[in-house]
Design a binder for this molecule. Structure first.
Ligand SMILES: Cc1ncc(COP(=O)(O)O)c(C=O)c1O
Length: 388
């Protein structure tokens, strides 16, 4: 039996009746844009995320771009973000004409490194964008004072951390504004694209709303050049139904992460992820680190185990950001991680049996007896002395 990397069907089944009822109502009224469903979800999600305002938009990339535009970030401004993120974080910075300033990540959690942020701050720094990657909260309490001292804003990319908490506070509630994505595979996923901007600042939320609606505070009044970035009514129906189950699903992910930790504990050559002190992670991804990752990935694939890489190329080494002129060696931690990270199957309905299958296949793939190139005396998932 194969094990998929992600299985959304079980989630879908849990919400199917509720979604069908909601969609029947939307279709009966042909009320496809805006309306009570969108408002309801925005209010529910703001409450869940611990902020006063949630503005639904078309996707998570738009959410970052609109948040930056609403803050007035533009050409000449610098935005500091981690080299190890999905490219959308950088794209949004580029889209507003600002300059992405990449920094390295910490070795243990692969999250933005506050010390590197401090070194990267200049008098053009307008925003710092921590990314709460893999379902872990970045150390916002260390970044907020840096932002404040620099006269910059903290804009949190919480696309992968719906429900995560740090020192009891929801991810995305520490900065001036946060964004999220409801791409289907996210912990809270729509049935298509969707995203949101989250903030306590009513004016800022209002500016995002206007920018996302053709620069229009009222019908046919256009005060600024905006765009069209709406949260679909259909998606709002799906998201409300799933939000009601998100805490339970995140708990199931935590249980699955604990099972992996036990199953893989003494598998040689596999570095397991660990939650940072103070963090309540939501395991959007379960990312281990192994040597010869591509070979291991292929072996897992041959054994019917779905696995992924998040992400194979740090932002500065992509073709899109070649113009930054940052070659290999610029961000050693992110680069070393990119060669070793391997995301194992992780979703709320993943069973213990499926995880045992993953563990057996991964153990076989890593078995040094099968691959003389691996040095059995060393744990290749951990950095050697020379690499520290
Ligand atoms: C960290 C991060 N930021 C931004 C995005 C962009 O979201 P979207 O795909 O909804 O535009 C994603 C997800 O794809 C993401 O994982």
């Amino acid at each position: 039996m194969s094990v998929p990397f992600l299985d959304l069907a079980a989630q879908q089944q849990e919400v199917a009746d509720e979604v069908r009822l909601g969609l029947d109502s939307v279709f009966a009224r042909a009320a496809f844009v805006g309306g009570a469903e969108v408002t309801r979800f925005e209010e529910e999600y703001a409450g869940y995320a611990g902020v006063a305002h949630c503005v639904g938009v078309a996707n998570g990339t738009d959410a970052i771009e609109l948040a930056l535009r609403a803050l007035g970030v533009g050409p000449g401004d610098e935005a500091i973000l981690p080299a190890n993120t999905f490219i959308a974080t950088a794209e949004a910075v580029s889209a507003v004409g600002a300059t992405p300033v990449l920094v390295d990540v910490d070795e243990e959690h692969l999250l933005i490194d506050p010390a590197a942020v401090e070194r990267a701050i200049t008098d053009r720094t307008r925003v710092i964008v921590p990314v709460h990657l893999f379902g872990q909260s970045a150390p916002v309490e260390r970044l907020a004072p840096l932002a404040q001292a620099a006269g910059a804003w903290l804009v949190e990319d919480a696309a992968q951390a719906q429900g995560a908490r740090r020192h009891g506070r929801p991810a995305g509630s520490a900065g001036r504004v946060a964004t999220t994505s409801f791409y289907p595979g996210k912990n809270l996923g729509a049935a298509g694209d969707a995203g949101a901007v989250l903030t306590d600042d009513a004016d800022l939320a209002g500016r995002v709303r206007v920018l996302a609606a053709h620069g229009s505070p009222r019908k046919y009044v256009h005060d600024v050049v905006g765009r069209n970035s709406r949260l679909d009514t259909v998606q709002a129906v799906v998201l409300s139904a799933k939000l009601a189950r998100l805490e339970k699903w995140n708990e199931l992910r935590r249980q699955a992460a604990e099972r992996y930790a036990v199953l893989l504990d003494d598998v040689a050559g596999c570095r397991l992820p660990r939650s940072a002190a103070g963090n309540e992670d939501v395991w959007h991804l379960y990312v281990v680190r192994v040597a010869q990752r591509d070979r291991v990935l292929a072996a897992l694939g041959a054994a019917g185990i779905g696995a992924g890489i998040h992400y194979p190329t740090p932002v500065h080494l992509t073709g899109a950001y070649a113009h930054l002129g940052l070659g290999p060696g610029s961000y050693p931690v992110a680069e070393r991680a990119a060669a070793r990270i391997l995301s194992l199957p992780m979703f709320p309905h993943l069973t213990g049996e499926q995880q045992e299958q993953v563990a057996v296949a991964l153990t076989a793939a890593l078995d040094p007896g099968r691959d003389p190139a691996l040095d059995p005396g060393r744990d290749p998932g951990r950095p050697g002395a020379a690499e520290r």
